[in-house]
Design a protein around this ligand. Structure first.
Ligand code: C5P
Length: 332
């Protein structure tokens, strides 16, 4: 007698974006992946996934834009991390010794996080899909936290961070995630500007390997120092005073600038417009400016939109950039 098919309980998951406050490259592994030291914070900007039973044998993915925006191009379906995460969840459950068939899932992914932007959207979607699939099948308790982390790490370098979220110091290829204390007060705000040019992470690391990189190890010094200060208990005021240092603590910034002509010019113009340091998240091209609150970030976003409308500032890409205010994860 064949084992009964498991039932599917519909599940909704929120998949937050992340912001790299620092990103230092400290070495390269024999397999080509780079060793990192990065302080990362989760944002309240998030994609939304709903998982339902599929009316057929195969998992399905339907991507929609937020509100009335068109669906963004998330790449070929078979390479999509959401479907790969569900396949990985199925394999992990089988490896855990449970061979009852796990029904196909239909995922609706509402994208708000820009794609290939340095905000971790694809990785976050994957973790939400992994976690959501286990929940939908009612098998989450069959995989311990360590195994779920290993499965997440197999999907992408940013995925282990999203298993926990919050604020973390991330090392190794991305698999060593250590929670750090969040600045006291807050939550802090950030305005994000993502020029309409995708920067594939791999391409940025390749430019770095080709020698397009900063000299010295300033980013690593800033990154480790930030962790020490956060762990000692940093106020949001003092944290914001570090913004000028953090804005230059990204070893992939020269690579992104090399891949996206005019990114440096746009970054300087944005810094002048807001009269504040502007940094880059991950491999870019997303630019960020920190502020004391989300309300302040909303004001910054309005200033940027007005400057764009008046032609006072321009960003690379054949469309206007994505501009959004967000909050960094606050003290829980
Ligand atoms: O792990 P993920 O699929 O997100 O990485 C995309 C690409 O970025 C990898 O194929 C690799 O070329 C590069 N990468 C790297 N070192 C890391 C993370 C990513 O070289 N720590």
């Amino acid at each position: 007698m064949t084992a009964p098919l498991r039932r599917v309980t519909p599940v909704v998951r929120v998949a937050p974006a992340k912001l790299n406050l620092t990103l230092a490259i400290v070495g390269r592994r024999p397999d080509g992946f780079h060793l990192l030291h990065s302080v990362i914070a989760a944002l309240d900007l998030a994609d939304r996934l709903t998982l339902d039973p599929a009316f057929g044998p195969a998992d399905l993915l339907h991507v929609v834009g937020a509100g009335s925006s068109p669906a963004p191009d998330v790449g070929p379906e078979q390479e999509n991390l959401v479907l790969r995460a569900i396949a990985a969840a199925r394999m992990a459950i089988r490896a855990a010794g449970d061979d009852r068939p796990l029904p196909a899932l239909a995922v609706r992914l509402e994208k708000r996080i820009p794609v290939a932007a340095g905000l971790g959207g694809g990785s976050s979607d994957a973790v939400a899909a992994l976690n959501g699939a286990l929940e939908a099948w009612g098998v989450a308790d069959l995989l311990d936290a360590g195994t779920q982390m290993t499965v997440a790490a197999s999907l992408g370098s940013d995925c282990p961070f999203f298993v926990r979220g919050g604020w973390a110091a991330v090392e190794g290829r991305g698999e060593h995630v250590r929670p750090v204390r969040r600045p006291r007060g807050g939550p802090l705000g950030v305005v994000l500007v993502t020029p309409a040019v995708a920067v594939p992470t791999r391409a940025a690391f390749e430019r770095y390997d080709a020698g397009v990189r900063p000299e010295g190890a300033a980013a690593l010094a800033s990154s480790t120092h930030l962790v020490t200060e956060l762990q000692a208990g940093l106020s949001t005021t003092l944290f914001l005073e570090r913004a000028g240092v953090l804005a230059f603590a990204n070893d992939l910034a020269p690579a992104a600038a090399d891949l996206v002509p005019d990114l440096t010019r746009a970054r300087r113009a944005l810094s002048r417009l807001l009269d504040r340091p502007v940094g880059q998240s991950g491999s870019g091209p997303t630019l960020w400016a920190l502020s004391a609150s989300k309300a302040d970030a909303v004001g910054d976003a309005a200033i940027i939109r007005a400057a764009l409308a008046d032609g006072l500032i321009a960003f690379p890409g054949d469309r206007p950039p994505f501009v959004a205010a967000a909050a960094l994860a606050g003290v829980p």
